[in-house]
Design a protein around this ligand. Structure first.
Ligand SMILES: [Zn+2]
Length: 226
């Protein structure tokens, strides 16, 4: 599936878990991350490794030269973000980034990072997440869809009332899940349990994942529906 398919599917899957329009960026970040393992996205991955690696390196220097300035939270976050980029850097196409493990890991780290950045501004946090997985060309293309989704969300004003870090993590999980569903529908399928198992998710499993998404959405909205 290409970026356009993943963008549209990511927006659709993200909708039930979005409480404010700028969260559309989070769903898109989740939907676009897995294909960072494509060679054409190498510039994004290298940039990410450079920035997060720099943060880690500075923290290590601070630890040895001025412990009072060393920040353990920033260090752990830096290492986690570095891992987010090392996974696609070292994996072949449609392997590790297309698994349930990386879905959970990446969604949690990206969501936590957004949660931390939201103290500056929620829009800023969302934009950073999307910037982390796109280059200038892809960002420009995706933005057109994001802005339309934003406008629609501003009119219909969905609010499932999700608080705290889950407010940031759930839209990313939904977007990520949409990517696995989308790729399951293609002839190549997805080895979502790699490297433990080479079992391939195909159309049938794609429908099962879509059903899980529906159950998640109903669960989140149950207080409003029933
Ligand atoms: Zn993919």
């Amino acid at each position: 599936m290409n970026w356009k398919g993943h963008t549209i599917l990511g927006i659709i899957f993200g909708l039930p878990f979005i409480s404010s329009p700028e969260q559309i960026f989070l769903a898109l970040a989740g939907a676009l991350y897995p294909d960072l393992d494509h060679d054409v996205k190498e510039d994004i991955v290298k940039r990410g490794i450079l920035i997060s690696g720099g943060i880690v390196f500075i923290n290590i220097l601070l630890y040895f030269f001025d412990k009072s300035l060393f920040n353990i939270d920033l260090f752990i976050l830096g290492v986690s973000v570095l891992l987010i980029y090392l996974i696609p850097y070292f994996s072949e196409h449609r392997t590790l980034t297309h698994t349930f493990w990386s879905l959970l890991f990446v969604s949690f780290i990206l969501g936590y990072l957004s949660y931390k950045l939201s103290f500056i501004s929620a829009v800023f946090a969302g934009l950073i997440s999307l910037l982390m997985v796109t280059n200038e060309i892809l960002l420009g293309r995706v933005m057109i869809f994001a802005i339309f989704a934003w406008a629609i969300l501003d009119i219909i004003k969905l609010n499932p009332g999700i608080d705290g870090t889950l407010h940031y993590i759930l839209p990313i999980i939904a977007g990520y899940l949409s990517h696995l569903v989308g790729d399951s529908m293609t002839p190549a399928g997805v080895r979502a349990f790699y490297p433990i198992s080479n079992y391939k998710l195909r159309k049938k499993e794609g429908y099962i994942l879509a059903a899980i998404w529906i159950i998640m959405a109903v669960y989140v909205w149950k207080d409003m529906i029933f």
